[in-house]
Design a protein around this ligand. Structure first.
Ligand SMILES: C[S@@+](CC[C@H](N)C(=O)[O-])C[C@H]1O[C@@H](n2cnc3c(N)ncnc32)[C@H](O)[C@@H]1O
Length: 208
């Protein structure tokens, strides 16, 4: 595919399979077309690895952080469960929303909480609203441990951001769907992976 951006005529032309399609530069279609390339190039450049939230690295796109904040503020959950902690930035982000809303706590699950990450999370000022659980998110013992921390009347919001293979996400959905309260959500992150396989890093990083 060839994309020609003409800032003088304010048009975008897409050449694909010997067909040409033009659209106004200042249009929703053009924004989507350019955004698709922005996502691919940014992912290949590891753009999502360049942010921190209140001092901890958060592996998210800013757009996603803002959108998930919109949902969390609407739901105002009692409990936010996240699978996939990494450096803890997203847990701290959710905890900061809980603190700002005056409501809620966060449970994070990761198969491997590295000692330096654990130390940094546990010494963070928002740690009082965070519980860390180490183990595979689909291990029945871990699922039981998470569920034990939830009271029956509580509103629960779940984010799946651990191993992004189809099989693992399916098992996570089977493990956690029943804790999500009516009107709340279970968010499966990295649905974008299907669009990234044709980037230079696509072969090595898709599904990780
Ligand atoms: C994409 S990172 C999480 C990023 C984090 N949510 C953030 O926004 O900063 C994925 C994490 O999933 C963890 N992980 C991989 N397989 C897992 C599994 N089976 N159960 C729980 N965590 C897993 C990895 O150890 C890694 O820390």
């Amino acid at each position: 595919m060839k994309i020609i951006i003409d800032t003088e005529t304010k048009k975008i032309t897409v050449e694909q399979l010997s067909e040409n399609k033009s659209m106004p530069l200042f249009s929703r279609d053009a924004f989507e077309l350019i955004s698709d390339q922005w996502i691919k190039i940014g992912w290949n450049e590891k753009y999502s690895y360049t942010f921190t939230w209140m001092g901890r690295p958060i592996i998210q796109l800013p757009e996603d952080i803002i959108r998930i904040q919109e949902v969390i503020y609407k739901i105002k959950p009692d409990v936010i469960i996240e699978t996939g902690i990494a450096h803890g930035g997203s847990l701290i982000f959710y905890a900061s929303l809980c603190k700002a809303m005056g409501k809620g706590r966060v449970i994070g699950v990761d198969i491997d909480i590295r000692p330096h990450n654990r130390t940094a999370i546990e010494s963070h000022e928002l740690f009082p609203v965070i519980t860390l659980i180490e183990g595979s998110s689909t291990n029945p013992r871990i699922v039981r441990d998470v569920k034990r921390l939830i009271k029956p009347e509580e509103t629960v919001f779940v984010v799946l951001d651990s191993n992004h293979t189809k099989q693992h996400v399916l098992e996570e959905l089977e493990s956690y769907h029943d804790v999500v309260t009516q009107g709340s959500y279970i968010v499966v992150t990295d649905g974008i992976m299907k669009d990234l396989h044709d980037t230079p890093l696509g072969k090595t990083r898709v599904g990780v």
